[in-house]
Ligand binder design. Structure first.
Ligand SMILES: NC(=O)c1ccc[n+]([C@@H]2O[C@H](COP(=O)([O-])OP(=O)(O)OC[C@H]3O[C@@H](n4cnc5c(N)ncnc54)[C@H](O)[C@@H]3O)[C@@H](O)[C@H]2O)c1
Length: 380
């Protein structure tokens, strides 16, 4: 017998769908004590919420997230709304004793993130942030190989997240679908949106970052604002590049942009160690490239591991070896790990505190870029 866990999801956009899909599938593929029930979807438009509820099987709708948070029949609040709403919703939800899953980045900035961490810790409510790339099986395998010591001492960590969708200067900022270009809603541009993912993965795989030196650029300085109808200054960073030092002595080199013509979501990382190197590419997410210098010379070379075997992370729960899974499965894995954490009392990461550490790196990057100097990263 599974125990029902009533979910109230806020926001029916990209992430609202990705999470609803994960809740619907997780118990079919993972053996778990808890079973998420799609209890309520919350959106500001009743018609849209109803249509979403019908399509995804939610039992009810709310048009005000405050009402959802107060409901006695909801166990878990899932925040799938733009960044400027995360703190207010999460803090209210923690105060009513709800479990909280929050989209990334945790907050608009470090101080806001800290308030969220303190509130959930005081309320002792289970919490997690959707840095889903940790749960792509090839990325989880990278973690396993590093933890086994196969790479030896790490020298370099290199990551990129490249897109090209905001090059057109006529693209407005703000409102539906374009809130990412509005600093008041997003907090920052590519730093909080794309680099945040690269940093979460990096801190997980390679440990803490001590210091950073960054530059950012806003290529299009003014855009029409969809909410005011006026041409307004653009407050987000369109591109961000930083170098840094990890605590383990390795060097960091990171780049993210929405101005790399031809790239849609090219998230890659490469780690070079004393014995071996690893490379991963989101466009080819089921493969992990691995080079081991200890192989016999005549057959030494980069191998492309097709991460689909039953002994690869998560893959024993899916199809037969050789058949790959995709982007959406990383969210299914994250829900599975969260529910397993409730079962075992060993919480799944990243929790709010862990995600706050990423937030502190984001703050350090923006500070460095603004003031043109090296910045020590705060440690949470
Ligand atoms: N983990 C990931 O890979 C990933 C990917 C995309 C987005 N995100 C994050 O997820 C969050 C949402 O992004 P998205 O791409 O789904 O955005 P989106 O624009 O597709 O959807 C946002 C939703 O929030 C709703 N909304 C906004 N304000 C609201 C309010 N006050 N009350 C109720 N609903 C409200 C909108 O109507 C919309 O349904 C952001 O924090 C973003 O950074 C994470």
């Amino acid at each position: 017998m599974t125990k029902p866990l009533n979910v109230g999801t806020i926001g029916y956009g990209f992430m609202g769908k990705a999470h609803s899909n994960a809740y619907a599938k997780v118990n079919h593929f993972f053996d778990l004590q808890y079973r998420p029930i799609l209890k309520a979807i919350c959106a500001r438009s009743a018609d849209k919420a109803k249509a979403f509820a019908e399509n995804w099987g939610y039992e009810s709708i709310e048009i005000d997230w405050r009402k959802l948070v107060e409901r006695k029949d909801i166990d878990l609040i899932d925040i799938c709304t733009p960044n400027n709403t995360h703190a207010e919703i999460a803090i209210a939800a923690a105060k009513t004793g709800k479990m909280i899953l929050c989209e990334k980045p945790l907050a608009m900035n470090g101080p806001e993130g800290l308030r969220m961490v303190e509130t959930v810790e005081k309320a002792k409510v289970p919490n997690m942030v959707w840095y889903n790339y940790r749960r792509v099986p090839a990325v989880t395998l990278a973690k396993q190989l590093i933890d086994e010591g196969r790479l030896g001492r790490i020298f370099h960590y290199r990551a990129k997240f490249l897109q090209d969708w905001t090059i057109n200067p006529e693209l407005p900022q703000g409102g539906t679908a374009l809130w990412r270009l509005d600093a008041a809603t997003a907090g920052s541009g590519v730093t909080g949106d794309l680099l945040a993912h690269c940093i979460d993965t990096a801190l997980w795989l390679n440990g803490r970052l001590d210091s950073v030196n960054a530059m950012t650029e806003t290529f299009v300085k003014e855009r029409k604002h969809n909410l005011t109808g006026k041409v307004e200054k653009v407050g987000i960073d369109d591109a961000a590049i930083f170098m840094g030092r990890f605590h383990n002595g390795s060097l960091a080199s990171f780049e993210s942009t929405r101005y790399a013509r031809g790239h849609k979501a090219l998230y890659t990382f490469e780690i070079n160690g004393e014995h071996a190197s690893i490379f991963w590419d989101l466009h080819d997410l089921h493969r992990l490239q691995y080079f081991d210098h200890r192989d016999q010379g005549i057959v030494r070379g980069w191998r492309s591991i097709h991460v689909t075997d039953g002994d690869h992370p998560y893959m024993g729960n899916w199809w037969v070896p050789g058949l790959q899974i995709g982007y959406e499965h990383s969210f299914v894995h994250q829900v599975a790990d969260f529910l397993k954490g409730l079962e075992t009392g060993k919480p799944a990461m990243p929790d709010f505190r862990d995600a706050y550490r990423t937030q502190l790196v984001l703050d350090a990057i923006l500070d460095s870029a603004k003031n043109g100097r090296w910045v020590q990263v705060g440690q949470g």
